[in-house]
Write a protein that binds this ligand. Structure first.
Ligand code: GLA
Length: 755
C-alpha cells in the first residue's frame, strides 16, 4: 500500500495490491480526478487518463472535466460536491490546489464516526488543501487507502479562511466521475418491516437519487449504493460501492451527462441544509467508503463486511462472540411484572439462551405507547425491586441482563415534557406532528444531551446491565431548534445527529462492557454511522422468516452478519400472520446474530427440544456465522424469488454453513443443485444437514466430498415425490461442511443413495 505524490507532475497515486486511485493538479490549478479502479503500476504518470488535453477547457462550457470536489457556477453544470454562498451573496468558487501532506494511518474526524486503524501500517492518508482565493474558503480533502481492503475512505473539512461569514449550502462527502455510463444503480429501499430490498435500475441521461429527509438514514432508503456493470453478478464483473458513515439526512445521486460520463455524489442531503461558518470556523463532513470490486458483488460486500466489522465497530464487543438473546417484546408487549420476566428468563436459560432483554414498558407509567418516554425511572408497579432486583434474579439464573431505551424521544404525556416543553423539536407557535404519540428531543441542544447522559448513566449503573437496545421510533418533523438563531436553522438536522453521536460516544465510553444494539422501529437507522458505536442493529421489526430472506439478503450487500440481529419469533407471525416451521425460522436467523422473540414458557416439549438444538448448533457455528466470509448464492430478488441460498465460510475455509430456503413447495420440483463458493478446492469436506431428519436430501448429501466438487457441482436438493410433499411450504435446510483428512470421493461417511 502506498500513497505517492509526484511533485513535478502534481499527481497523486493511492495504491494497494488491488486498487489505485489517481488525481492530479490540472493546468487551471484545480484538482482533477484521473482514475479509480483496479491497481495500476506505480512509478508511472497517468495524466493522460484525464478525459482530454486540458488547454482551453476554461472557455468550453459544459465539458465533462472530472474534478475531485466539483463546485458549481463556473461551467460545470453537473451536480456539485460543494456550494458555498459567500458574503456577497454569490455561490461561485474556484478551488485551486494549495498543498498536501501524507500521513501514516488515519486521523479521526472530529465529532463524527469513522473507520480507523490500529497500526499506522494499515493505511495511509493524504490531505489535499484547496483554496478559493477571493473568498478565503478552504477545503481539506481527506483520502485514506487501506492496506487490506479495496477501499478508499473520503471526507472533507470546509474552512472559512476569510473575514466574512459564509454559508455552506451543500457539502458532499465525495464525488466520483466515471468515464462512461454503462452502469446500473443498485440501492436498498423499502419501508417499515420491509427494509433494504434490492432495487436495480440502469443509468440514463439525467439525475437519479435516493435520499432521506426524515432526520434519520431511514427505512425507505439506505445511505449505501452500488454502481455495477449490467453483466455483473455475485461472482463476476465490476462494481463500485458508496457507503456513507452517517445516520442523518443523506443523498446518493448519479448523473449521466450529454457525453455519457457519470458522476456520483454522496453525503448530507443538501435540501434544507445550510451551515454558517464564521471567520476561522470549520465543518467536517461524514466519510464515505468507496470500494471497487473487480470480481462481483460478493467481493464488494466482503470488503465492507471486513472493514465495518474490524475497523469501524469498536470496543471490547467488536471481536467477542455475540450472545444468543431472548427479548420479551413480542411475548408480553407492555404487560409484565418481575416474576413473569424471571420465569421467562428461567425458561430461556434451559434453552441455552445467554442474555435476557427487557424491552419497552419498564419505566414511567408506560402501559402502552402513549406516555412516559423521557421519564427514565423504573415503574415500581411492575418492578417493585427496581431494575436491580430483576437483573440480579436473571443473573442468578446464569443469564446476562439487557435493557431497552429510547433516549431521543419524549412523550407529550411525561414529566420531562411538562418540565421542558422547549426541549422537543418543533417550531414555536405551530403544532408539532406526533408519531406513535411521541415527539423528538432536540439533540442539537447540549443541555439535552447532558441531561440524557446523566439520567441514562444512572440507570445503566443501577443494575448489572450487559446489553442495551437503543431504539428510535419516529421520523423528525417541523425541524427547528428554539435554541438556534433563525439564520442557523438549516444546521438543525446535522446538529441533531451530532448530538446523537455525542450521547452514543459518551455512553459507550462510560460503559465499555455493555453491548449496544441500535434500533429504529426495526431497521430505520441501519447505517455505518451507528455501527461505529453499536456493533449490531435490529435488522427489522418483521420477524417472519420469508420476509427476512429479502431483508437480510439486501442488508448483507453493505453490512456484515455480525451487525444483523435476527430473531426467531412465534407463529402466526405478528407482522404478516404467516405460519412457518420453527426450523425454517431458525435457519434464517442463524445468518445473523441469533435471538428469540417469543414466550419460552408456553413451548411444547417438541419445540423446546428443537430450540435447545438450535441454540447449541448456533453456538457451535457462531464464529463462522458471525465472522465468516458471506457468499450470496441464490437471490430472492431474481426470477420468482422462490428460492434463496447463502453461505458463510470460516476464514481458513475449514468450515462452512450453508442455508437453502424454498418459499412455496412444488409437486415434483425436480433435482436442484446449489453450487457453493469460497471453499478450498483441494480440501475434503464432510457434509451434514441440520436439522437431522434422515430424509432423502440428508442421505444424498451425507458424504465426504471435495471442495472442488462442492463448488463445481454443488449440494443436492432432491427427494422422491412423497419426500417432496413432506417438505411442505417454507422449507429450509442448513448444511454444515467440515474439512476432514481423507479421500474426497468416497469417504467413510458415504451413505446409500435414496432409491
Ligand atoms: C420498536 C422496536 C421493537 C420494540 C418496540 C418497543 O418498534 O423496533 O423491537 O422494541 O419499538 O416499543
Amino acid at each position: 500500500m502506498t500513497a505517492t505524490w509526484d511533485a513535478e507532475a502534481g499527481e497523486l497515486h493511492l495504491r494497494n495490491g488491488t486498487i489505485s486511485y489517481l488525481a492530479r493538479v490540472l493546468e487551471d490549478g484545480s484538482f482533477g480526478h484521473l482514475y479509480f479502479g483496479p491497481a495500476l503500476a506505480p512509478g508511472r504518470s497517468y495524466r493522460h487518463l484525464g478525459r482530454r488535453s486540458f488547454e482551453g477547457f476554461a472557455n468550453r462550457l459544459g465539458d465533462p472535466v472530472a474534478r475531485e470536489y466539483p463546485t458549481g457556477g463556473a461551467g460545470d453544470f453537473r451536480v456539485p460536491a460543494l456550494i458555498v454562498e459567500t458574503a456577497d451573496g454569490a455561490s461561485v468558487l474556484h478551488l485551486a490546489y494549495a498543498g498536501h501532506r501524507i500521513l501514516p494511518g488515519k486521523p479521526a474526524l472530529p465529532g463524527l464516526p469513522s473507520t480507523y486503524t490500529e497500526q499506522d501500517e494499515e493505511a495511509a492518508t493524504v490531505e489535499v488543501r484547496l483554496a478559493d482565493a477571493p473568498s478565503g474558503v478552504e477545503v481539506r480533502l481527506l483520502y485514506t487507502i487501506f492496506r487490506d481492503v479495496p477501499a478508499i475512505a473520503r471526507s472533507a473539512v470546509i474552512r472559512n479562511g476569510g473575514r466574512e461569514p459564509v454559508r455552506v449550502r451543500c457539502a458532499m462527502s465525495g464525488s466520483l466521475d466515471l468515464p462512461d455510463a454503462d452502469w446500473e444503480l443498485l440501492h436498498l429501499s423499502g419501508t417499515w418491516s420491509r427494509e433494504r430490498h434490492v432495487v436495480a435500475r440502469p443509468l440514463a441521461p439525467g439525475r437519479v437519487s435516493v435520499s432521506s429527509v426524515r432526520g434519520a438514514s431511514s427505512h425507505e432508503h439506505n445511505p449505501f449504493v452500488i454502481l455495477r456493470r449490467p453483466a455483473t453478478t455475485e461472482e463476476h464483473g465490476e462494481a463500485f460501492g458508496f457507503g456513507l458513515v452517517y445516520s442523518g439526512n443523506f443523498r446518493a445521486e448519479a448523473e449521466v451527462d450529454a457525453f455519457a460520463t457519470t458522476r456520483v455524489r454522496i453525503g448530507i442531503e443538501p435540501e434544507g441544509f445550510t451551515w454558517t461558518l464564521g471567520a476561522g470556523d470549520e465543518l467536517a463532513v461524514p466519510e464515505v467508503i468507496l470500494v471497487h470490486a473487480a470480481d462481483g458483488l460478493g467481493e464488494l460486500s466482503a470488503a465492507y463486511h471486513r472493514l465495518y466489522r474490524e475497523r469501524l465497530a469498536r470496543g471490547p464487543w467488536r471481536d467477542r462472540p455475540r450472545p444468543v438473546l431472548i427479548n420479551n417484546w413480542e411475548a408480553t408487549y407492555y404487560d409484565f411484572d418481575e416474576d413473569v420476566l424471571v420465569e421467562m428468563a428461567a425458561a430461556a436459560r434451559d434453552l441455552g439462551v445467554e442474555l435476557f432483554v427487557l424491552d419497552d414498558g419498564w419505566f414511567g407509567e408506560r402501559d402502552d405507547d402513549t406516555s412516559s418516554l423521557g421519564d427514565w425511572t423504573v415503574d415500581r408497579r411492575k418492578l417493585p425491586g427496581g431494575l436491580e432486583a430483576v437483573a440480579r434474579r436473571v443473573r442468578d439464573l446464569g443469564l446476562q441482563f439487557g435493557l431497552w431505551i429510547e433516549p431521543e424521544m419524549v412523550s407529550p404525556r411525561s414529566h420531562l415534557f411538562a418540565e421542558h416543553p422547549e426541549w422537543a423539536v418543533g417550531v414555536p407557535g405551530r403544532p408539532r406532528t406526533e408519531s406513535r404519540d411521541q415527539l423528538v428531543l432536540d439533540m442539537s441542544r447540549p443541555e439535552v444531551v447532558d441531561h440524557l447522559f446523566a439520567v441514562l448513566s444512572a440507570i445503566l449503573a443501577s443494575a448489572p446491565i450487559s446489553y442495551v437496545k437503543w431504539d428510535m421510533n419516529r421520523s423528525l418533523t417541523e425541524p427547528y431548534s428554539a435554541a438556534l438563531p433563525p439564520d442557523r436553522q438549516g444546521e438543525f438536522f446535522h446538529r441533531h445527529i451530532l448530538g446523537v453521536y455525542d450521547l452514543y460516544d459518551r455512553l459507550t465510553r462510560a460503559f465499555p462492557e455493555i453491548l449496544f444494539e441500535s434500533c429504529a422501529s426495526g431497521g430505520g437507522r441501519f447505517d455505518a454511522g451507528l455501527l461505529a458505536f453499536a456493533p449490531q442493529a435490529w435488522t427489522s421489526d418483521d420477524t417472519d422468516a420469508v420476509e427476512r430472506l429479502a431483508i437480510q439478503w439486501g442488508t448483507s450487500l453493505g453490512y456484515p452478519l455480525s451487525a444483523m440481529a435476527a430473531h426467531v419469533a412465534a407463529v402466526p407471525n405478528h407482522q404478516v400472520g404467516r405460519i412457518t416451521p420453527l426450523a425454517t425460522r431458525a435457519a434464517v436467523a442463524f445468518f445473523g446474530v441469533l435471538g428469540y422473540e417469543l414466550d419460552p414458557r408456553g413451548l411444547t416439549a417438541e419445540d423446546r427440544a428443537a430450540i435447545v438444538d438450535q441454540v447449541a448448533f448456533y453456538k457451535e457455528q457462531r464464529d463462522v456465522l458471525q465472522r465468516g466470509r458471506f457468499h450470496r448464492l441464490r437471490s430472492p430478488f431474481v426470477g420468482d424469488g422462490n428460492t434463496t441460498a447463502w453461505m458463510s465460510v470460516a476464514e481458513d475455509a475449514r468450515r462452512a454453513v450453508v442455508g437453502w430456503y424454498r418459499v412455496l413447495n412444488r409437486a415434483d420440483p425436480g433435482p436442484e443443485r446449489i453450487r457453493l463458493r469460497g471453499l478450498d478446492p483441494a480440501a475434503s469436506y464432510r457434509v451434514r444437514t441440520w436439522p437431522a431428519v434422515g430424509d432423502g436430501i440428508e442421505r444424498l448429501n451425507a458424504r465426504v466430498r471435495g471442495g472442488d466438487d462442492l463448488m463445481q457441482v454443488g449440494l443436492f436438493i432432491e427427494t422422491d415425490r412423497a419426500g417432496t410433499a413432506a417438505l411442505g411450504d417454507f422449507h429450509a435446510r442448513v448444511f454444515v461442511l467440515e474439512a476432514v483428512e481423507g479421500d474426497p470421493a468416497w469417504g467413510p461417511e458415504e451413505a446409500p443413495l435414496p432409491v
